[in-house]
Write a protein of this length. Structure first.
Length: 184
């Protein structure tokens, strides 16, 4: 498996690579990826779950037990559940968003897709996501896997990152550019 040095060099990248290899060998790549998407959504929607992952005050055993409970309620697959337990035991739950992003990039590369991180001011509908994927596919000539995030400070528009390339059409950036131009 060919991985970029950037992913393997980071702590979260090493965890993501280990999970990816395990999922690939057990032929559960799609299942694990779906479970991680569920975890990502739970992190975005639940302040309590987010607090559990980032708080240094929660003991390892308590964090592992809480993560096991969350995994059961989210109906995650056994590989992802065990992986979350490992992160809790190693006190690495704070790295979970980065691990998920790195895993998605590895899975996209495995499928021959380009991975794009898309940040929008408001959640995108499935039709908007599909239209965005189609435009990116046309521009890049390859299938595109998108990792969605919401940042209300953008006010409107999108920020799309594909590798080292960034396409910023956010209203925030346009207003900042206008303010700089007016300063003279």
């Amino acid at each position: 498996m060919e991985n970029s040095g950037g992913i393997q060099a980071s702590l979260s990248g090493r965890y993501a690579t280990a999970l990816f290899e395990l999922a690939r060998e057990s032929n559960t790549l799609a299942v694990v990826e779906a479970s991680l998407a569920t975890v990502r959504q739970a992190l975005d929607e639940s302040a309590d779950f987010k607090a559990l992952t980032v708080s240094p005050l929660i003991a390892r055993g308590a964090a592992a037990a809480a993560v096991a409970g969350v995994a059961a309620s989210l109906q995650l697959d056994s590989t992802t559940t065990k992986f979350l337990g490992v992160l809790a035991d190693n006190r690495r739950l704070a790295k979970l968003p980065q691990v998920i992003s790195a895993f998605r990039a590895l899975a996209a590369a495995h499928r021959g897709e380009v991975s794009a991180q898309v940040t929008s001011a408001h959640p995108l509908s499935s039709d908007q996501v599909n239209a965005l994927k189609q435009q990116l596919r046309t521009r890049l000539g390859r299938d595109v896997s998108v990792d969605l995030a919401v940042d209300s400070s953008l006010l409107g528009g999108l920020v799309v990152k594909i590798g080292s390339q960034m396409i910023d059409s956010s209203i925030k950036t346009r207003l900042n550019s206008l303010a700089n131009a007016m300063k003279g």
